[in-house]
Write a protein that binds this ligand. Structure first.
Ligand code: 3HC
Length: 311
């Protein structure tokens, strides 16, 4: 019966076994994985836009090469993740349509503008830093294709974070104007980076199930705290100020306590009213239309090759 199969499935998850595409799985397990992996893939692809904005304006060849490599990596991460979602029976076209129609979510963080070069440093340091916190546990996700994709992604992610932090270090140790640029970027990216980890545990609709199925290994708040504890000392090392007057080290818990996160801002951005939501989707739609001829050519070529083989 279904109950017996569910029990056997849960036993496999509890025994830390990897679930593979052809294994039996509860419909809810499949659904939440398609939801999360597709949104993760969309986040990688949309995440190329804020950074792509600065490739032609990087201040040196070295910075341009590092940024170009990072943006290319994000495209590759999107590819691994769309492929992982396809193993669950979701088609690539369907996922892309859901993104372009505004139906699918992608990470709130990519709806903020990159106003100065320092934003590229802040994104590498904070956004990729937060992504690493979130993606390391996903390497141990119960679903095989997702965990294997994450293992590859995490190797590249640490380069992204390090090149961002090094960029911030050179600005913070540069002229007063450069240090001011770094501080301004930290002021604008700190709180949105904390929101990346998702709503507070009490408002997280999926955490319970995701944790039982060992998709999510740590709660949103736990990972957020881990990120804060790791990042505050890095900001101090840069000689920069975290934009939170309530930030205070808690001797008892050994953690940094922060002020209130503005969850209405988060809900607004997720609902599509962030600073750049419309622009990001418009850019993705244009890229999809301009790239149609490549897809058509690839399909025509594949047909020809198949016909030649069959002949
Ligand atoms: N942006 C947009 N939507 C978000 C969000 C965010 N930062 N955080 C949560 N949400 C949404 C969830 O998708 C869910 O909505 P849905 O039911 O329509 O999908 C709702 O808010 C409730 O949140 P939950 O905590 O219940 O949802 P999850 O259990 O899925 O947890 C998550 C949210 C921690 C983001 C989880 O989905 C996850 O770990 N995803 C994989 C990692 C990921 O997507 N990272 C995003 C950034 S990608 C990136 O950083 C690339 C790097 O190279 C820069």
């Amino acid at each position: 019966t279904d109950d017996e199969r569910e029990a056997r499935f849960q036993q496999r998850v509890d025994d830390e076994e990897r679930i593979e595409p052809n294994d039996w799985m509860p419909e809810g397990y499949r659904k939440t994985l398609v939801r999360q992996i597709a949104q993760h893939a969309h986040s990688e692809i949309v995440g190329m836009l804020p950074e792509g904005n600065w490739i032609t304006r990087a201040p040196s060849l070295r910075r341009k090469a590092a940024l170009l490599a990072k943006v290319q990596d994000e495209g590759g991460h999107g590819l691994y993740l769309y492929a992982a979602a396809e193993t669950l029976g979701k088609s690539r076209e369907e996922m892309v349509d859901e993104l372009l129609s505004g139906k699918a979510k992608y990470s709130s963080i990519f709806n903020y503008p990159t106003l100065t070069w320092a934003d590229i440093g802040a994104i590498g340091w904070l956004v990729d830093g937060a992504a690493i916190m979130n993606q390391i546990p996903l390497c141990r996700c119960s679903y095989g294709p997702y965990s294997r994709a994450m293992i590859r992604v995490c190797k590249e992610e640490s380069f992204h974070q390090r090149q961002g932090y090094e960029l911030m270090l050179s600005l913070a140790n540069g002229t007063p104007e450069q240090k001011e640029m770094a501080q301004d970027a930290l002021n604008r990216w700190w709180w949105p980076s904390l929101m990346m980890f998702g709503p507070p545990d009490g408002d997280s609709v999926h955490s319970g199930k995701s944790m039982a199925w060992k998709i999510k290994r740590f709660s949103n708040d736990d990972l957020r705290q881990k990120f804060i504890d790791a990042t505050v000392p890095q900001a101090h090392y840069l000689g920069l100020e975290i934009p939170d007057p309530d930030l205070k080290f808690n001797e008892e818990t050994g953690h940094w306590d922060i002020g209130e996160i503005d969850w209405t801002e988060f809900q607004n951005v997720v609902a599509g009213n962030g600073p750049c939501n419309r622009q990001r989707i418009k850019q993705r739609r244009a890229a999809h239309e301009n790239g149609a001829w490549v897809r058509e050519a690839a399909v025509a070529f594949a047909e020809k090759r198949r016909a030649r083989k069959a002949a």
